[in-house]
Write a protein that binds this ligand. Structure first.
Ligand code: HEM
Length: 173
């Protein structure tokens, strides 16, 4: 029963995490950049009022925590013979890649998103365009986030592929 609940939490939250990150980086962010300063209210609404980064971070945390518990349970307490057996290796590889990807998102992308949120919030509250310094800050963060976004997307693709195919790895290894 525990494992069923953990699987529901793990796969449900994982589907949301991957879908949200893909939709944001491939559709929402490029659309906001294309619209330019007119998109500021939309971006602030998404980041501040709808709390998009916090919700995605929460879903990612649930996925990782439930995944770690599943890994501990299904490998008899992280027994290396089970972790690296071809019948379980896909879950171990996918899990490690997903945890690294989570770290990049939580420690690199989310703090930058918070800076964007605070800066745009100030601009909207004071009804003024960005100063040259603020413009440089926002431009720099946009470039850094796009680069990190590709790494996160790649990590999520690899982790999802490994998880989805893990039970068949023993047929080929
Ligand atoms: C991108 C993030 C992730 C996604 C989309 C994801 C998705 C999935 C899916 C769809 C399954 C079911 C596969 C099957 O039944 O054969 C699964 C199982 C599993 N996942 Fe993940 N996962 C992710 C991250 C993680 C992490 C971070 C860990 C642990 C460190 C983990 C550990 C496991 C384990 C141990 C199972 C097997 C559970 C069992 O045997 O009942 N996953 N995952």
């Amino acid at each position: 029963m525990d494992i069923l609940l953990l699987r529901l939490l793990h796969i449900g939250a994982g589907a949301f995490w991957v879908g949200a990150v893909f939709t944001f980086f491939l559709f929402v962010q490029p659309a906001a950049v294309a619209v330019g300063p007119d998109a500021q209210k939309f971006t602030y609404q998404l980041l501040h009022h709808r709390r998009f980064p916090a919700v995605v971070l929460a879903a990612a945390s649930v996925t990782v925590l439930a995944g770690i518990l599943l890994l501990i349970i299904t490998s008899n307490g992280l027994d290396p013979d089970r972790l690296f057996d071809s019948s379980r290796l896909g879950y171990t590889v996918g899990g490690v890649v997903a945890i690294v990807t989570f770290g990049i998102g939580a420690l690199y992308v989310v703090p930058r998103t918070s800076t964007v949120e605070r800066t745009i919030g100030r601009l909207l509250a004071e009804s003024r365009p960005p100063t040259p310094d603020e413009q440089q800050l926002l431009g720099g963060i946009a470039r850094e986030s796009r680069r990190a976004g590709w790494v996160v997307l790649l990590g999520l693709v690899v982790a999802t592929l490994a998880m989805a195919t893990a039970r068949y790895w023993s047929l080929f290894l």
